[in-house]
Structures are given as C-alpha cells and as structure tokens.
Design a protein. Structure first.
Length: 460
C-alpha cells in the first residue's frame, strides 16, 4: 500500500528495517533524517521503494560517541519530475537500489555517500556533486555512469573505492584539487575522463589500484600526482597535464603514449621521496626526466617488458635514481640530461639523437650494450667506467662522444659513420689516443676499443 509522508525521521535505539512488502513510500519536502541515540552505533535500512515528492535533504548524523548508517536499497524514483537528493550530516548514506530519479545528487561537507549499484545515484541525466570535505564511495563491482563533480585533496579522498573492481564511466569535473583513492583489495578505474585546471591526486592504498583508461585527463598544465602505497595504472591517450609526479607510489603504463610528449616525469616529492614507473612494454615520450625532490629516495624507472623512454625537450634536468629492466633510453631535443644514479643497469639500447646525454658520478651505463650516438653528444664524465666493456658504440657523422680528461673508457667495438673502427685507443687528443678523430670525439680522454678490423697472422 502506498504511504505518503512529509518527511521521515529515524532515531530508534536498535537497528531496524522498513522491509519491502508490496508497498511504497512517498517522501515530501521534509526528506529523511537518521541519527542514532547518543553513544550508540546504529544502521537503519529502508528496503521499500521510495518516491520523491520534491527536492529534499536526506540527513545522516553520527551520534556522540557512535555512528549512524542509513541504507536505502529500495528503488528511488520521482515520477519524471527531476527531483534530487541532498545528502547532509557526517554519517554515511548507502544507496544500492536500481533507481531512476532524474535530479542532482549532492553530498555536503563532512559526510559520505556509498553507491553500491550502477543506478544507485539515479538517472545518468542527473549529475552528482560532492562538496569539499565530503566523499563518494563505490564498491561491489559498480559500473557508474553518473557524471561527477568533486574537489577535495584530503587524505580520505573525495572519490574512493572500498571493495571490488569499480569503474566510473561518467566524467569527473574538478572544482578544486581532487584525491581519488582505492582501499586495499579494490580497483577504481576512471574511464570517463577528468577535466579541470587543478592537480589530480591518484592515491591507492597498499594492495589497491587506481587506473585511468578510455577518455583522457584534461588538466591543462597542472600535475597528475601518484602517491600512496598501491599502484596507479595509466592507460588511454590524448591526456593533457604538465607533470606526472610520483611520490611514494608505483605507476604502471597501460598504453603507448599515455604520457603527454610535452610533460615532465618527476620522481619523488614531499608526499614520498621515492617512487616507481614501469613502462610495461609501452613506449613513452616526455619533455623532461628528473628527480622531483633533492631528499634521498628510492626512485626507479623500469620496464618489465621491453619499451623505450624518450626524453625530448629544451630544459636541462638531472636524474639520480635507478634505470633498470628491459628499458631503453633515447635522448632527443636540445637539452642536457644528466644521469648520476649508481644503478643505471637497463638492458635496452641507448640512443642519443639530440642535445647531450651526460653520464656523471659513480654510475654510468652498466647494462646497455647497444649505444648509438646519432646526433648531439654523449658526454662521459664518470669517476669509474661509464660504458660497459662489451658495448657496441656507434657514432654517426655530426655526432660526438666527449670523454673527460684522465678517463679511458673501454668498449667491445666501435663504428664510425657505419664503418667498423680499428682496435686501440680513440679520441680527440694525440696525447691519449692511438687514433685521433676530432670529427667524432672531443675532450682529452679516450675510448679503448677491444675488437677492431685488423687481423693478426701467426707464423710458426
């Protein structure tokens, strides 16, 4: 039997449910209010279908010394009137019904709303707006088509996944810097795109994952920050942001070109001194690679499957972290990229196609056996060996290798303009080199070539 009320107030001292039984409930401008008695924790459930008779507030307020949860699993409709719900109070409202109301759902500051169904927030024609210091939760394997507006970078997260594998199909529009979080054991995918000239913080907990796919991130020149102890998956293409800043978290690439070619890849920040980026078999191009903070930290760029990171830009930077795995590194553009990390052990090719790749400190290339200088300069200024002894070094016409004074680098073989060179010492200075070539070398150090073109005939 249908029941019409101006409003509904729930505050009983025990958990209870308005069970579905063939009837329905129409609620007018008074909306709903739930607050447990002081010092108690209570869950109130509404399983009957609910008809909205007006735009209204559903207030859920925690008791002093306790919490209040209002669970509405019945269908919420509005008869085509386009009415909406404003969730208020610091308690939790849980919506899980197959609802079709067409108005806007708003979440006020200080409290949260949990959506546990694809249509829990009504028709996708009506958006959901989350105020600063409020939050929206999804869980249980939800595909949510609702457009969403939010803006809060607080530690709890403005949008969060509590459990299961969940996807936001609607667009997230930022009204301020926004934190998106996934709790342990859950995954949240942003598939509908994100827009707004604010930083976007992706912050999965340990064992959680936040992913980006399909529609692009449009953040203007702002930052995409990956933090927390979980994994950020970055897929899709056409993204626009200024910097990917990795602070304490781990980022796994899920598409080629997921990083904008004009972006900065910075590892380490005030949220976390280290971080990991795994190219995961997908080539990426950035304008800059750099450490994001001067404090020591475990900074790592790797490739679990073969992929190349191309650094192409006009601003010089330094990177002191790890480069390893099946990674390949290409230097393009006009800038200088300085590598000073002690674990530069990647096994892919090193290609200098513009600007300067400068090896300094006690690191150098440890695992890259294919070193090609096609344009620009490879500058070797390490304190120990900067190139692997078994490396094949190829230098094109117009490109150079600089070797600092008092340094003799050893390579397996050398090719100059495509022709294999003789074994012995090569360089730009007659004082240190057996073979002087100022077209392909500079500096007063030398390159010792172990295998060359000459042969030795032994007669006994």
């Amino acid at each position: 039997m249908p029941v019409a009320l101006l409003g509904l107030s729930l505050h009983r001292g025990v958990d209870f449910e308005l069970a579905a039984g063939g009837g329905s409930l129409t609620v007018g401008v008074g909306g709903m209010r739930a607050q447990a008695p002081e010092g108690t924790e209570r869950t109130y459930a509404v399983a009957v279908p609910v008809m909205l008779g007006a735009d209204q507030a559903w207030g859920v307020t925690n008791a002093t010394g306790g919490s209040t949860v209002l669970e509405v699993s019945g269908e919420v409709s509005d008869g085509g009137s386009g009415f909406g719900i404003a969730k208020t109070g610091n308690g939790l409202l849980v919506l899980s019904g197959e609802s079709g109301y067409g108005g806007v759902t708003t979440v006020a500051a200080g409290g949260g709303l949990r959506a546990l169904g694809a249509h829990a927030l009504g028709s996708a024609d009506g958006a959901t707006v989350v105020a600063s210091n409020g939050w929206l939760e999804v869980g249980g394997g939800v595909l949510l088509a609702e457009p969403l507006t939010a803006g809060d970078a607080g530690a709890l997260g403005a949008v969060r996944s509590t459990d299961g594998t969940n996807t936001l199909l609607g667009r997230l529009t930022q009204k301020a810097s926004t934190r998106v979080r996934a709790l342990a054991g859950s995954r949240l995918t942003l598939a509908g795109g994100v827009s707004g000239s604010y930083d976007l913080v992706l912050a999965p907990d340990a064992g959680g994952e936040v992913a980006v796919s399909n529609a692009p991130l449009s953040l203007s020149s702002r930052k995409l920050l990956a933090t927390g102890e979980g994994t950020v998956g970055l897929g899709g293409s056409g993204h626009v942001f200024g910097t990917l800043e990795v602070g304490g978290g781990s980022v796994r690439m899920e598409a080629a070109g997921a990083l904008p070619a004009s972006s900065v890849l910075a590892l380490g920040d005030a949220l976390g001194f280290g971080g990991t980026v795994d190219l995961n078999g997908f080539d990426q191009t950035v304008a800059q690679l750099k450490r994001g903070i001067s404090s020591p930290g475990a900074r790592r760029v790797t490739a679990s499957r073969p992929a190349t990171l191309t650094v192409s830009g006009g601003t010089s930077t330094a990177y002191d972290g790890t480069l390893d795995g099946a990674l390949g590194l290409a230097k393009a553009g006009t800038s200088t990229l300085t590598l000073s990390g002690t674990n530069v052990s990647y096994t892919g090719a090193t290609v200098v196609g513009g600007g300067i790749l400068l090896l300094s400190g006690s690191g150098g290339l440890q695992g890259s056996l294919d070193v090609r200088v096609e344009a620009g300069t490879l500058s070797v200024q390490t304190t120990t060996n900067g190139l692997p002894d078994a490396a094949v070094l190829r230098i094109a016409d117009g490109a150079k290798v600089y070797v600092k004074a008092d340094l003799v680098e050893t390579v397996g073989s050398l090719y100059l303009a495509g022709r294999r060179a003789r074994r012995g010492k090569w360089g730009a200075s007659a004082a240190t080199a057996d073979f002087v070539d100022t077209s392909h070398f500079s500096g007063t150090g030398a390159i010792l070539v172990l295998q060359g073109t000459e042969s030795v005939l032994m007669v006994r």
